[in-house]
Design a protein around this ligand. Sequence first.
Ligand SMILES: Cc1cc2nc3c(=O)[nH]c(=O)nc-3n(C[C@H](O)[C@H](O)[C@H](O)COP(=O)(O)OP(=O)(O)OC[C@H]3O[C@@H](n4cnc5c(N)ncnc54)[C@H](O)[C@@H]3O)c2cc1C
Length: 302
Amino acid sequence: MRGAITGDFALGEVTWFRVGGAVETLFQPADEDDLATFLRALPEDVPVMTIGLGSNSLIREGGVPGVAIRLPMRGFGAIERVGETRIRVGAAAPDKQVAKAALDFGLGGFAFYFGIPGGIGGALRMNAGANGGDTSQRVVEVRAIDRRGEVHVFANADMGYAYRHCSAPGDLIFTSAVFEGVAADKAEIETQMAAVTEHRETAQPIRSKTGGSTFKNPPGQSAWKLVDAAGMRGFRVGGAQVSEMHCNFLINTGDATAYDIELLGETVRARVLETSGVQLEWEIKRFGRFAAGRAVEPFLGA
Ligand SMILES: Cc1cc2nc3c(=O)[nH]c(=O)nc-3n(C[C@H](O)[C@H](O)[C@H](O)COP(=O)(O)OP(=O)(O)OC[C@H]3O[C@@H](n4cnc5c(N)ncnc54)[C@H](O)[C@@H]3O)c2cc1C
């Protein structure tokens, strides 16, 4: 193996929330072969999770058992043009870099990535999207490695994309993808990117420690409106707060713990269920174990 192995790595620190415990082992592979070799050699009973830029993840304070895989830019960050309207992107590449590269190539259809603070691996898993675009609209094929170290190539239809959802098996580690854009005028792309930035600056707490949209929008409804109607705007649990600016965002105001954030999220879910009868579904991915005596029940056990 040529990649880097780190024991007892403070995984919570690489998430946007900046809270949570450590993972037993972090592996940062040198390239796809290295990742496959590592996974083939790893005993079957060792759990494996993947983390990207941590902008949609909450790590619980009891830490994460097993191995976290984090793909580094070197080896997984390349963005190259592979056809008139196609680009191949490594899964470690930040979405924002993809939007900028597409602009350089004169390729439209990627401006929505300009405002999403994650990486392409996370975008492929979450079907990340904004401003009318999403990942599923652009994906042609995805390369991935499974828990046994086998390489797969999936077509768009195999990914089972729906709103913020991908039904490809959960053990897959996406390593790169080919995306299809549309030939476009650079000035027009720049205008779209400026609109994306303007929207973020005015509507989202983008400079806070947050995980982005906490809950998925239920069919035909807005999660934030339900949270607002339940009277939860600005509500606090310890150092965690429902954003005053956008109440589908939870914020670490400075000294929140992962417990505070998850307890706040479940309090919101319980109140929304009470007031509107809707069961909000977490969009944020939560990983790891609760600390002793600090488990949080879904809907607070209601
Ligand atoms: C301020 C803010 C604004 C946001 N706005 C938006 C928005 O407008 N639209 C939107 O869709 N999201 C938004 N998000 C959420 C987040 O940026 C996206 O979901 C993003 O795609 C997550 O990417 P990541 O690299 O940070 O993933 P992580 O948080 O690291 O991981 C998220 C999930 O993806 C999986 N994953 C990560 N990398 C890989 C890989 N290589 N292979 C397999 N699985 C992988 C993880 O296991 C986890 O399940 C926002 C977040 C913040 C903090």
